[in-house]
Design a protein. Structure first.
Length: 442
């Protein structure tokens, strides 16, 4: 609400009456003191007019013409009337009008000063009121902000409780996975031991079979000798026939033993059990990997990329792969974003080690991996959302097979890269490494 301060009109009117009375009495006093009854000296009137002009000038200096127009107009009118009366030799009227002009001018001067002061005061009041309104607005804003912060704090507390519960659930699941991993490790160790026993028994059976084969060869040579003796020495025919029959009987017995050994070796099913072991080991490894948290978001098979974008992304992936095969690591690394983070998973003896590596560590690891000769097994490409995905499987021999019954061991390296468009270029924003150490080829 605007407030205005005005002058008290009663006070102004009282002051004006006092000045008018004083001006009316002044000529009488001067006339009584002049020594000329009923006459006024021109100098007195000139002085009164000069005083009136000075008072009007002072009033004009404080802008009384606009701030106190009525009083200022009266002063100027009375001054002109006083000058006219002086010209007409009307001393009393001239003196009275001059005093009246002075009184009006002083009144206009005071009124202008008061109005000016009141204007400043009103401006200050309005400024204070505006400041108070601004403070009230700020207070209201602060209260709204405080309410919002309180709401966010409550939401954050709820989210914190949910995160704490999720952490507890993950810790529980991690303990369960650790127990499962330990059990898998024990099972794999037992399977390896069983495999070694089976291989040992198989080698022993093969040795025995070879030995029985040698014994049969010796017996056959003896039969041949006995047959010759029968032909050459008739008088010893009966003895030779008996010996030959004895040898044939031994051959039949050895053949039965040989057949039995072969059957036992077949029943043991070394090759079949070995294949079953490898199958069980692969299933256990896949089950363990599936039990771990996912390294990439679930794939939906949907995409927003155009045919031209898909073709450009596949071309960029092809250049990335060619650079790796040609061991041009600088070009190979140029396809990565600067802030790339790679999920690296190493599986050794059914134990999994997960880590995250930055671009610097990625470059170091790639240089180490490129020092070996990797065989490209297969490469698959798919499209997901705004990314082109390439899955590349490579292998290298680390432990050759000592014989036809042994199993060669390999290091299997699977690289899964996610590439998306950045401006006019295609960059890899995520990659997953899975390295299986000392495993059969799959």
């Amino acid at each position: 609400m605007k407030r205005f301060i005005v002058l008290q009109r009663k006070y102004n009117f009282a002051l004006r009456r006092i000045l008018i009375v004083a001006m009316l009495l002044a000529p009488l006093v001067l006339a009584g003191c002049g020594g000329k009854l009923g006459k006024i000296e021109p100098s007195v009137v000139d002085t009164a007019i000069a005083d009136a002009e000075a008072a009007i000038t002072a009033a004009r200096g404080v802008d009384a013409a606009s701030l106190a127009p009525d009083a200022f107009q009266a002063a100027t009118s009375n001054l002109e009337a006083a000058k006219t009366a002086l010209t007409e030799k009307k001393g009393n009227d001239a003196l009275r009008l001059a005093y009246q002009a002075s009184a009006d001018a002083r009144l206009a001067h005071r009124h202008a000063i008061n109005v000016h002061k009141n204007s400043k005061l009103n401006a200050a009041i309005l400024e204070k009121e505006a400041g108070a309104a601004e403070l009230l607005q700020k207070l209201s804003t602060q209260e709204a902000e405080l309410a919002r912060v309180k709401s966010e704090m409550q939401t954050a507390r709820g989210a914190e409780d949910q995160l704490n519960q999720k952490i507890r659930d993950l810790e529980k699941k991690n303990r369960e996975l650790s127990i499962t991993r330990e059990n898998y490790g024990k099972q794999v160790a037992e399977l390896f031991k069983t495999l070694e026993d089976m291989q040992t028994r198989g080698k022993r059976a093969e040795t025995e079979i070879r030995n029985y084969g040698k014994e049969i060869s010796v017996l056959r040579r003896k039969i041949d000798i006995a047959d010759k003796m029968v032909k050459e020495e008739g008088y010893q025919k009966r003895s030779a026939i008996a010996e030959a029959e004895s040898l044939r009987k031994q051959i039949r017995e050895q053949a039965e033993i040989y057949t039995q050994k072969l059957a036992e070796a077949g029943q043991q099913g070394v090759a079949a059990k070995h294949a079953d072991f490898l199958k069980q080991q692969a299933q256990a490894s896949r089950a363990y990997v599936d039990s771990k948290p996912p390294l990439a978001p679930a794939k939906t098979g949907r995409t927003s990329l155009s045919t031209a974008q898909i073709a450009a992304g596949k071309a960029a992936l092809s250049n990335w792969e060619i650079a790796w095969q040609s061991k041009n690591l600088n070009v190979h690394l140029a396809h990565y974003e600067h802030n790339i983070v790679v999920d690296k998973v190493v599986i050794h003896e059914s134990k999994e080690d997960r880590s995250k590596i930055d671009r610097q560590q990625l470059e170091s690891d790639l240089r180490q991996m490129s020092a070996h000769a990797w065989r490209n097994v297969k490469t698959d490409t798919e499209v997901e959302s705004e990314s082109i995905i390439s899955v590349q499987q490579m292998s290298r021999l680390v432990v050759p097979a000592v014989d036809e019954n042994a199993t060669a061991l390999y290091n299997i390296w699977i690289r899964e890269v996610w590439m998306h468009q950045v401006g006019n270029a295609w960059k890899i924003h995520h990659e997953i490494w899975k390295i299986f150490e000392n495993v059969p080829d799959f």
